[in-house]
Design a protein around this ligand. Structure first.
Ligand SMILES: *Cc1c(COP(=O)(O)O)cnc(C)c1O
Length: 448
């Protein structure tokens, strides 16, 4: 990212060629991020399988990079599965976790030898039906909804009790039940330890019933930190809590901060700074108490169970950014300064209420005359008043010129793609991937 930002003319050339905004991707950090997890597990005697969550970035470059690094893939739809198989990914390196599964998706997964994460009893019926029809048995993992009172309720999976009765009603011999799967909201290591203990106990019962359980898959939600400095994070919330006049954000938006004393938001905002992350976080889980007075790591090793995970965001840390060109500078009718970019707000957005990294700015030689320094807000191309690209007021220390390029940093995980839309008939952003000494257009969306 720093290399590209140092080269203003390269940024301008890329935008000229591909349009604004443009997603620039370089998946070389992926293997390093995954190794951090694999190494941490290995140190505690646990074999960790990493299945990269494809929905976090749609570029085919991600599939190629994951595959080249020897990692598996977690797919959430028929198209995601088909693209992986077309790129030569082996079926046994794929888990299908789609929340709703068509017969076509189930059929393809079985034929390819991919693992299907089973969500409910109706889906179980479909998989049993498709499995008994084909030549090979379906490989499945049971998606476990925790029944522990400390874990928030979930729409995903079934409790072990619900599964036991669902399995009793079908011919379970048509399936190979190879694993237990869960995926939790938020980033608590302690919650993962709770559900891993539940899954270990259930593993023993399923094995007694003759099922060849070989792995427990703890899903994604492995934390990362966008900010290196905890002070920046705390200062921001302290300032927002004290901002009675509502000047730091768009028309006084509290960004989910309901309790000023809490100095952090509740609910729907990603923790842009957090500790521990990745390897250190996984170590906490593995060293938490297991079910027989030892650690979770020891319980997994003793049962020869592979631990699997499906990280998205945390392995895409450092893999991409989004560039967009300045279109205009103006003020609202009540005098709030605005900068308009050639992009819309779905092009850097996740389910989090705001993107809390500061931008970096690039000024190519042919940018226009810069304004004086000022504070203001970024707006985009959708025809609604609330079309803010970020809800924080930003400081433009070097002023803003037409043709300046805004760089949204570290957007590779979710921020580029998860909510992007082509509303107003505005085209989706192009994705380019670093390769062969230059930037090459990723083939995603080109074959549709
Ligand atoms: C979204 C999702 C993931 C990835 O989550 P991250 O927070 O990006 O690590 C993994 N597994 C399942 C089932 C998911 O729905």
């Amino acid at each position: 990212m720093e290399d590209l930002l140092d080269d203003a003319e390269e940024c301008a050339t890329l935008l000229e060629e591909h349009g604004s905004p443009l997603n620039v991707l370089d998946f070389s950090p992926l293997a390093r991020n995954a190794s951090e997890l694999i190494d941490a597990a290995q140190q505690d005697g646990v074999r960790l399988g990493v299945y990269v969550a494809r929905k976090a970035n749609k570029a085919l470059g991600l599939v190629k990079a994951a595959s080249a690094a020897g990692l598996g893939l977690d797919v959430a739809s028929l198209a995601e599965l088909r693209q992986c198989l077309d790129l030569g990914v082996a079926g046994d390196a794929i888990i299908v976790t789609a929340a709703v599964k068509s017969r076509a998706l189930i059929r393809l997964a079985i034929d390819a030898g991919a693992t299907v994460s089973l969500d409910n009893a109706d889906e179980l019926d479909d998989v049993v039906m498709e499995s008994s029809r084909g030549r090979s048995r379906a490989k499945v993992a049971m998606r476990l909804a925790s029944s522990d009172p400390s874990i928030p309720p979930t729409r995903f999976g079934l409790t072990a009790t619900q599964w036991d009765s669902a399995l009793a009603k079908v011919d379970a011999k048509t399936l190979r039940i190879e694993g237990i799967h869960f995926h939790l909201n938020a980033y608590s290591a302690q919650d993962r330890a709770v559900v891993l203990r539940e899954a270990l106990g259930w593993t023993d019962r399923l094995r007694v019933a003759g099922h060849p359980i070989a792995f427990i898959d703890m899903g994604g939600g492995i934390p990362m930190s966008y900010l290196a400095d905890e002070g920046q994070w705390r200062d921001f919330w302290r300032s927002l809590a004290a901002d009675g006049a509502g000047t730091l954000t768009w028309r006084g938006d509290r960004l989910g901060l309901t309790d000023p004393e809490a100095e952090r938001p509740s609910g729907t905002l990603y923790p842009y700074w957090q500790q521990p992350v990745r390897g250190a976080w996984l170590r906490e889980i593995l060293r938490a108490p297991g079910i027989n007075g030892e650690t979770i790591a020891a319980d997994l090793a003793k049962r020869s169970l592979e631990l699997r995970c499906e990280p998205g965001r945390s392995v895409l840390d450092g893999c991409g950014m989004t560039l967009a060109q300045v279109a205009f500078r103006k003020s609202t009718s009540d005098g709030i300064p605005l900068v308009g970019l050639h992009m819309n707000r779905t092009q850097v957005r996740s389910t989090s209420v705001d993107f809390l990294l500061d931008l970096r700015w690039v000024r190519p030689a042919d940018a226009g005359q810069p304004s004086a320094p000022f504070h203001g807000f970024l707006v985009g191309a959708y025809c609604v008043e609330e079309e803010l690209l970020m809800r924080r007021r930003l400081r433009f220390d070097d002023g803003v010129a037409r043709g300046d390029i805004a760089a949204f940093i570290n957007t590779g995980g979710y921020l580029m793609h998860i909510l992007e839309s082509a509303s107003h008939q505005l085209p989706l952003a192009v994705n380019v991937v670093r390769g062969g000494g230059g930037w090459v257009r990723d083939e995603i969306d080109m074959t549709l």
